[in-house]
Ligand binder design. Structure first.
Ligand SMILES: [Fe+2]
Length: 355
């Protein structure tokens, strides 16, 4: 299968992975033959990439970070918490579901043969906050596992990250969804989602205080320029420093109503460029080695004029994957060529085109 930008999806193509909305509901099943009306509908809903079947790439295994079922449980757990908070109840939060879903995510990730998992999501315009929370949790757990965290630490981290933006419930929706520039006062209110979240979470006796601190600290920056307290360096708890990287990477690679998503490689470069200023350089090193820059299946153009797809990750060099090329200067090659980009340092990936 390969990843194809909606612009290049042709009628008659066969879906290789289901299209789901953020609530885990399947809109189109694997194996569906795409008609012009399906393609139009998906474009209207804001989907911009699909996994399409491709005989030439049949051997490519695309490891998904977590299963559809785990994702569904995670969405439901965060939805339950949100609904509960909207009712303004004084009882303790129903966090058992959150605990269960984080445990399931950890199990999925630990049993995956390929921790450089595929984070590519087929995402439309629907509920961004839930989608963001779940994906940020997956990225954080990958970083936690790579840092050698115990199961208990992974649980603390995962539960805190899954609920890190819960305080947004107390920020007026007009401010959260405002498309014109924010006034200073409005930005101040957005910043308070961190404190609100901490206040909500810290009251739960069965939630670690460190998890609550992730809501409080995920917007702090390594150089002290973040909020709400302007904490600096190791004054920010490690979970907060780790969540900050996952949070920004996820936000950049997700599309929003008002802007398109950055390609994973662009977002990766951006994050790396913020080392020492916004992010903890040590955690950034772990990020560099453990997040797939070019997800398997993606369509890439190389500096030697060849075009093809990523077929496998290279654990030692996440930015130098294995590729299979089919074209050279837009002319089809007589036979596809596979190579390991790590062996050809002079060849660069020029762009991710997903054709
Ligand atoms: Fe946030």
């Amino acid at each position: 299968m390969r990843l194809v930008n909606m612009r290049y999806v042709e009628e008659g193509s066969i879906l290789a992975r289901p299209v789901m909305n953020s609530f885990g509901m399947i809109l189109l099943q694997t194996g569906v033959i795409l008609t012009a009306s399906y393609i139009d509908r998906l474009k209207t809903l804001g989907y911009d990439v699909l996994f399409i079947q491709d005989d030439r790439l049949d051997d490519v295994e695309i490891h998904v970070a977590i299963t559809t079922q785990t994702r569904e449980v995670a969405y439901k757990s965060i939805e339950l918490i949100s609904k509960y908070l909207e009712r303004d109840s004084k009882d303790a939060l129903p966090i058992d579901n959150v605990r269960m879903s984080v445990r399931q995510m950890i199990n999925d990730l630990l049993s995956s043969s390929d921790i450089l998992g595929n984070l590519t999501e087929i995402q439309g315009y629907d509920d961004y906050t839930f989608h963001h929370s779940v994906k940020t949790t997956i990225i954080s757990l990958i970083l936690g596992i790579a840092s050698g965290y115990s199961e208990q630490k992974l649980m603390e981290l995962g539960m805190g990250v899954l609920m890190h933006d819960i305080g947004k419930i107390k920020v007026p929706e007009e401010i959260l969804n405002k498309k014109t520039p924010l006034t200073e006062e409005e930005f101040g209110e957005i910043k308070r989602h961190t404190t609100y979240g901490f206040e909500i979470l810290r009251k739960n006796n069965d939630l670690s205080l460190l998890s609550a601190h992730i809501a409080f600290q995920h917007q702090e920056k390594w150089d002290g320029t973040g909020y709400p307290r302007g904490l600096k360096g190791s004054g920010i708890h490690e979970y907060g420093r780790l969540a900050a990287i996952a949070d920004v990477y996820e936000a950049l690679t997700s599309k929003r109503v008002y802007r398109k998503a950055m390609e994973p490689n662009e977002a990766f470069e951006y994050i790396i460029s913020q080392g020492n200023t916004h992010f903890d350089p040590k955690i950034l090193e772990i990020f560099k080695r453990n997040i797939a820059v070019y997800p398997s299946g993606s369509g890439i153009l190389l500096s030697n004029g060849q075009r093809g797809n990523v077929i496998k990750q290279n654990p030692a060099f996440p930015n130098r994957p294995f590729v299979r090329v089919f074209y050279e200067n837009e002319e089809p090659l007589t036979a596809p060529i596979d190579y390991n980009l790590a062996h050809y340092p002079s060849i660069m990936v020029v762009s991710v085109e997903n054709r």
